[in-house]
Write a protein that binds this ligand. Structure first.
Ligand code: NAP
Length: 285
């Protein structure tokens, strides 16, 4: 890991979904930089782990982005301790759901949209008075699937396109208050989400009707290989970029991290007919 530059001025940040992966790496990275970090978790074991790993400046908070009471309780705690310092929010909590729409259970679809979209909106809305107070920043963790919607990812892509839309809308809405809003668009990152994707997919296939599974077998095999074989980057690389966004005088609207995200951005600019052809040929021929 590169040397971490310590900050001179005190800054406060809340990061949602800090139990594992990108959120966990970012909470510890920002803590090492000298920021006052509130790290959202949902389990006591994750709280204890973070308390052991971080400094006394890192405070785990119980925050389920789908539970308004827990969001309000976190807000009350953070607001009491933030004082006149700049407060920023990193919306990282998210879940994944892959597969052909015909095979995806409706409760799973609704849950994903609840966490990835409504959860992000609820946390942002609740914390806005604090973010606005001292020109804080909002950093939304997005995905290459928020730039290019491909087969097998209709639901996940819908949620990350929504994250992009929220980012773009709020960036101008909050400009008069000096609040910056950026998205960090990541490609494949080696986190526990990749194992969860394969587990969920197996569960989905067990429940589905075999004749329907057969219809989509080619597509399912293609994306199984993709999850297993395409190299990912490490979560710490994303943490380094989030730290930059929080500390640059003028953050950019969008940051692309990893080869996957950059490739998706380029492909998203192709005319739709050409794009569809390329995707079809890659998957089916
Ligand atoms: N890994 C990738 O390849 C990749 C690529 C593009 C974008 N992303 C995005 O990056 C973000 C982090 O993903 P990751 O790869 O680090 O996955 P991860 O290791 O599975 O972490 C997801 C985090 O979200 C939390 N979470 C889930 N549901 C929640 C809820 N209702 N309330 C609060 N927290 C909740 C999880 O907490 P629990 O442990 O309590 O469940 C966990 O801390 C997500 O937004 C994801 O979409 C990841």
């Amino acid at each position: 890991m590169k040397t971490i530059n310590k900050l001179n001025t005190k800054q406060v940040v809340l990061i949602t979904g800090a139990s594992t992966g990108i959120g966990h790496a970012t909470a510890l990275y920002l803590d090492k930089m000298g920021m006052k970090v509130y790290a959202g978790v949902r389990k006591e074991t994750d709280k204890q782990k973070l308390l052991q790993e971080g400094t006394s400046n890192l405070t785990p908070v119980f925050l389920d982005v789908c539970d308004q009471d827990s969001i309000t309780r976190s807000f009350d705690l953070v607001a009491k301790e933030t004082g006149e310092f700049t407060f920023s929010l990193v919306n990282n909590a998210g879940v994944s759901l892959n597969g052909p729409l015909e095979l995806l259970p409706l409760p799973d679809i609704k849950k994903l949209l609840d966490v990835n979209v409504c959860g992000l909106l609820s946390v942002t809305k609740t914390f806005l008075p604090l973010i606005r107070k001292n020109k804080g920043r909002i950093v939304n963790i997005s995905s290459g699937h928020g730039l290019l919607a491909i087969p097998d990812k209709s639901v996940y892509a819908a949620s990350k396109f929504a994250v992009q839309a929220i980012t773009d809308s709020l960036r101008v809405e909050l400009l008069p208050f000096g609040v910056s809003v950026s998205s960090v668009v990541v490609g494949k990152v080696n986190t526990s989400v990749l194992g969860k994707i394969l587990d969920d997919r197996n569960k989905m296939l067990e429940k589905a009707q075999p004749e329907i599974v057969k219809l989509y077998s080619h597509l399912i095999e293609y994306f199984d290989k993709e999850v297993k074989n395409i190299p990912g980057i490490e979560a710490i690389e994303v943490a380094e970029v989030i730290a930059k966004v929080l500390n640059r005088p003028k953050p950019k609207a969008q940051y692309l991290i990893g080869p996957g995200a950059k490739k998706m951005k380029v492909l998203s600019r192709f005319p739709s007919g050409m794009r569809d052809n390329l995707l079809y040929k890659a998957i089916y021929t």
